[in-house]
Write a new protein. Structure first.
Length: 134
């Protein structure tokens, strides 16, 4: 409730602020207010078509509503904008599975696994790098 109030106050100062709109949409999504969340994410994408976070968040709403073709299109756009975000590949894999496209689902699952392994390696390296600094 407090975050929502702060975001609404921020939007009073700048109604088009994309980050505040995105965070408010995420709150609405978590509250199962799919109509409000979808409208907010669509408005962000109308003003900022390359916003991969808004595309991803709108795709999550579409998945929850069983609107898989639209979710696929949004996620393909998000992946094109940000190909290293593992969340996009994971959800796209799930969407392809729902669309009964096992080949593409497997390809996205493999890309997710590759990126996840790379990310895990980087985190381990960073976590242990202090052992080698003198």
């Amino acid at each position: 409730p407090e975050a929502r109030k702060e975001l609404l106050a921020a939007l009073q100062l700048d109604p088009s602020h994309p980050e505040a709109q995105l965070r408010l949409g995420e709150i609405e999504y978590r509250a199962n207010d799919d109509e409000a969340a979808a409208a907010r994410f669509r408005a962000i994408l109308a003003a900022h078509p390359a916003d991969s976070e808004a595309a991803y968040d709108l795709a999550k709403v579409c998945v929850r509503r069983d609107q898989y073709p639209e979710a696929r299109d949004l996620l393909m756009k998000a992946v094109a904008q940000n190909p290293d975000d593992i969340r996009f590949h994971y959800l796209l894999s799930q969407v392809y599975r729902r669309l009964q496209d096992e080949q593409r689902s497997s390809r996205e699952a493999a890309e997710y696994a590759r990126l996840k392994a790379e990310q895990d390696y980087q985190h381990r390296y960073i976590r242990h790098s202090h052992l080698y600094v003198e």
